[in-house]
Design a protein around this ligand. Structure first.
Ligand SMILES: [Zn+2]
Length: 296
């Protein structure tokens, strides 16, 4: 097969109740019920993806896997990739090292128990990382992360040991073998769509999201040959009528473009790593690795 012009990774963070409990710290049953709608939305998303032959990625907290094991089994049975997404949507930086290990392990054991999957990829809840996270992900055998924003439509290798201060230069650490599949809030449904009182206006017209996402897709398709276009969505958000119809339209538009394939992040990473061994990638991207940084 010749190299696709652009790969689309359609990803869903199946947070269910966990994001309201772990990130928003709410005890309000109404707010938590917004997450329960994720369980309504997952079957309709699976049906829509199956009709189009699209294999997607689902980032699933351990908390969600225990709450909805049948849905998580259906996701796996549909050929979709399952990605680690924490335990109860907590910020890894809120813990000491032992605590960060514990939530990583709780997430791993839930996915193992419910669907027998050891995920190759990790996406941190709310895209928060601690300064230890990269080392821990490598130690736990992950092949890639999908929480950082250092590129738009090409993966890169993450560094460990970067340091910074207010009165010194930025110091670049060593480039690791952990691949980053980059994300951006600009290609996430939560900020434009989800209303959270006092925090997020949301409720944008689907036409607005459609215009923005399509424009980024057009740019990636024209100027980033061999790259990857990653959408991050939430079943509880994108699964509601107006946004669901928008997603269907968008996927059909993408599929009609030259050289576009839909694949999972794991499949893309396997191909990308073979084509871009770390040493060769570092040599070709010296600015990104900090090789030319000056120490004052
Ligand atoms: Zn999430």
């Amino acid at each position: 097969m010749s190299e696709p012009r652009l790969s689309c990774c359609i990803t869903f963070d199946f947070d269910a109740m966990s994001s309201w409990i772990g990130s928003m710290k709410t005890n309000n049953p109404s707010m938590i019920s917004r997450g329960q709608f994720g369980a309504v939305a997952v079957p309709r998303l699976l049906k829509m993806l199956a009709a189009r032959g699209i294999r997607a990625g689902f980032a699933i907290p351990g908390h969600t896997a225990y709450a909805y094991p049948r849905l998580v089994e259906a996701i796996a049975a549909g050929g979709h990739e399952i990605v680690h997404h924490g335990w109860v949507h907590e910020n890894p930086a809120a813990f000491d090292e032992a605590g960060e290990r514990r939530v990583l392990e709780q997430g791993l054991s839930a996915l193992e128990r419910v669907v027998g999957v050891r995920p190759r990829g990790y996406r941190s809840p709310a895209w928060d990382l601690s300064t230890r996270s990269v080392d821990l992900l490598i130690e736990y055998g992950f092949e890639y992360d999908s929480s950082c924003m250092g590129h738009d439509f090409h993966p890169y290798y993450l560094r460990t040991g970067d340091s910074w201060s207010l009165d010194g230069p930025y110091r670049f650490g060593a480039t690791t073998g952990l691949v980053e599949m980059p994300v951006t809030w600009m290609l996430d449904d939560f900020p434009p769509a989800e209303f959270v009182l006092g925090m997020n206006t949301g409720l944008q017209a689907p036409s607005q999201m459609e215009e923005c996402w399509r424009a980024d897709f057009d740019y990636a398709h024209r100027d980033c040959a061999g790259g990857v276009f990653i959408l991050t969505m939430h079943p509880q958000t994108i699964g509601r009528g107006r946004y669901f119809l928008m997603l269907e339209r968008l996927l059909d538009t993408f599929a009609a473009r030259d050289g576009v394939v839909f694949e999972t992040m794991g499949d893309y990473v396997a191909r990308w790593k073979t084509a871009n061994p770390r040493e060769a990638w570092c040599a070709a991207h010296a600015d990104l690795t900090g090789a030319h940084a000056i120490t004052p």
